[in-house]
Design a protein around this ligand. Structure first.
Ligand SMILES: [Zn+2]
Length: 67
């Protein structure tokens, strides 16, 4: 009987831990990837992952990157 209680206790701990894990919000890496930044040339806001970077500045297109 003690053995069954131990199993039940471990199962409860595992369940609580698993449930807690799923409640953690998405990592900040995702939100950073979808952040919007202004083009250094024309000011149009583009997603960081779609922006073009040159000399530490972000541009919305190759035309803007050329200046
Ligand atoms: Zn631009």
């Amino acid at each position: 009987m003690k053995f069954l209680l131990l199993i039940g206790f471990l199962a409860a701990v595992y369940f609580l831990f698993f449930k807690k894990k799923t409640l953690i919000p998405p990592s900040s890496d995702n939100s950073q990837e979808e952040a919007m930044i202004p083009c250094a040339q024309c000011g149009t806001y583009v997603q960081v992952k779609e922006a073009l970077m040159r000399d530490g500045k972000y541009y919305c297109s190759h035309e803007c990157m050329k200046g």
